[in-house]
Design a protein around this ligand. Structure first.
Ligand code: HEM
Length: 251
């Protein structure tokens, strides 16, 4: 079936699930971030709980964050780069698939174990649990669902039968971003891939209202900022020009 035929043959449920729902979630994602930045600038934070507990955090946080960085890179490659391009570059489908399943499984497992440690910590360390909001709980639930389903697709679906998601899910995903959606491609995808996609879009819609906003303010400035900020009251102290980052408040 050609893409054009596939698009026309889609029913209204497919249209709702694979076109309207994703666009509504993306709109909430964009407008929500704008709103949060305008009205809750001081709440734009991870709401770190490092002060309450550090041992489990030191283990779970890097596992989760490094894992998710690789998962993200894998998604940019798998969803963003058409299969025809990698084939032209001399990478066969089986070669690509084997690498993606290998590295994706390791990255996904690190992410999953890291997240399990972080959720365990949140539930069992009293002060951390007390600082956990309803929104945090909802976010953790959806995030864990997306990750577990992603892993299931990468590991289980590949053991049982091979679905070339780069000819289905990936084309649909690019179509959404390029304003040229192909709902039928997703309607034909295996169930696990469908639910993973829906849960991921739901996560995008929740994103601006959760602590996940910190992703867009990764603290790169930490590398160059002064390790401690001193403020002096008088303005006649010292004659040297302050170094970058050490300027007096209000100067
Ligand atoms: C609509 C957006 C998304 C789509 C279309 C999508 C699609 C996919 C596909 C096709 C796979 C299977 C890859 C393979 O078999 O090699 C996968 C795996 C996975 N996804 Fe997603 N995904 C999306 C968003 C997300 C998000 C937001 C997260 C996490 C927060 C996530 C986490 C994972 C994980 C952990 C795996 C397994 C490990 C890996 O392959 O990297 N996905 N996803």
């Amino acid at each position: 079936m050609s893409t054009a035929e596939a698009t026309t043959n889609s029913g209204s449920v497919d249209l709702l699930l694979w076109v309207i729902f994703p666009y509504v979630c993306l709109a909430v994602f964009a407008v929500g971030h704008f709103w949060r930045y305008r009205y809750d600038k001081f709440g734009w934070t991870t709401r770190s709980s490092q002060l309450y507990e550090n041992r489990l955090l030191r283990l779970g946080s890097p596992l989760f964050h490094f894992g998710i960085l690789f998962v993200f890179a894998g998604h940019v490659m798998g969803l963003g780069v058409p299969e025809s391009w990698t084939k032209k570059a001399g990478v066969s489908e089986s070669m690509y698939h084997a690498t993606a399943v290998g590295s994706g499984s390791v990255a996904g497992l690190c992410t999953l174990v890291g997240l399990a440690i972080l959720i365990y910590r949140r539930r069992t360390v009293g002060p951390v649990f007390s600082a956990t909001t309803k929104m945090d709980k909802t976010m953790y639930l959806v995030l864990a669902t997306v990750i577990v389903l992603g892993m299931a697709n990468t590991v289980v679906a590949n053991l049982v039968g091979h679905y070339d998601y780069r000819l289905g899910v990936s084309v649909w995903f690019r179509g959404i971003l390029l304003l040229n959606p192909h709902p039928a491609l997703m309607a034909e995808a295996p169930f696990g891939f469908q639910v993973h996609g829906l849960a991921a879009f739901l996560l995008f819609a929740l994103w601006p209202f959760t602590r996940l906003v910190h992703v867009f303010s990764a603290p790169l400035g930490y590398l160059t900022r002064p390790y401690i900020v001193y403020r002096s009251r008088g303005d006649s102290l010292g004659s040297r020009k302050p170094k970058r980052g050490w300027e007096r408040v209000g100067s």
